[in-house]
Ligand binder design. Structure first.
Ligand code: FE2
Length: 279
């Protein structure tokens, strides 16, 4: 069995988006422009309302998917096709923007902790203009498994340890896992060998990947391979890792803000369609 190793390390940069929400951009910044098929990874987390209260008022998306994983807090989602949903602590929304939506993502709380991730997943050329689709997944629909002592895995997408996550019908066959490791825990996680993958430590001090160490708020881009060996030393605090993998598209990417297509002409078309109210 070939074990994956860290080929590149990245730390996020502080930025703000929407109407002034403070966040850390881990993928989609100069240190890591993208990791095919992943275009962006934002981590948000604050118990200060001024950091998130302005939210993300109406904005468009075309040509890709946004995946929001709420760890803490409540966010209201509403789009121009009449779809609305509440993202609560522990829930996931896998939104396929496809040919285009205009939506808002606004905090439904005025105080308290708001914490989570948004990942952007690219769509293949043949799927970019598909109908928009939502998978709103409540926390109780996300199975958790304890495959080793001190290791707990929430399976959001993909199949590991005989458990299948609730997200379905996504062309890049994603694996999206939230892995909690107690001090001294060890876990070998199988992944599709040729998928691109990353691990991001978001709680604790450090997690070992094979013989290397990934620090808190550090993302490790992983080599190809059939497994990843994760562990936390006995004298280190418990840790939590986001482990995400997807089949690379290997297609040209033309990107401008919330539009991700294959050619510059398609970007111009997207802007024209948006301005003409065709989303
Ligand atoms: Fe959005």
């Amino acid at each position: 069995m070939s074990s994956r190793t860290i080929t590149r390390r990245v730390r996020g940069i502080p930025t703000s988006d929407g109407a002034g929400v403070k966040l850390t951009r881990v993928i989609g910044q100069p240190g890591l422009d993208s990791l095919d098929p992943f275009l962006l990874l934002d981590e948000f987390g604050s118990d200060s309302a001024t950091d998130y209260i302005a939210g993300f008022p109406d904005h468009p998306h075309r040509g890709f998917e946004t995946v929001t994983y709420m760890l803490d807090g409540r966010m209201r989602h509403r789009d121009n096709h009449g779809h609305s949903g509440l993202l609560e602590s522990g829930s996931v929304q896998w939104m396929t923007a496809g040919r285009g939506i205009v939506h808002s993502e606004m905090p439904e709380q005025e105080h308290g902790l708001m914490r989570g991730f948004q990942l952007w997943v690219n769509l293949a050329a043949k799927d970019k203009m598909t109908q928009p689709r939502y998978q709103d997944i409540a926390p109780e629909r996300i199975p958790a498994v304890e495959p080793a002592p001190g290791a707990k895995v929430r399976v959001i997408a993909g199949e590991v340890f005989g458990v299948r996550g609730p997200v379905d019908g996504i062309a890049i066959a994603p694996v999206y896992l939230d892995i909690a490791l107690q001090s001294g825990a060890k876990l070998s996680v199988p992944l599709p060998e040729a998928h691109n993958a990353f691990a991001y430590v978001f709680e604790g001090d450090a997690v070992r990947v094979g013989t290397e160490t990934l620090g808190l708020r550090e993302l490790g881009v992983l080599s190809n391979g059939e497994t990843i060996e994760l562990s936390v030393s006995a004298d280190a605090p418990a840790a939590r890792v986001l482990l995400v993998a997807g089949r690379p598209l290997n297609e040209p990417v033309a990107r401008y803000g919330p539009f991700v297509m294959n050619t510059p002409q398609q970007i111009v078309q997207a802007m024209q369609d948006y301005q003409a109210g065709k989303f």
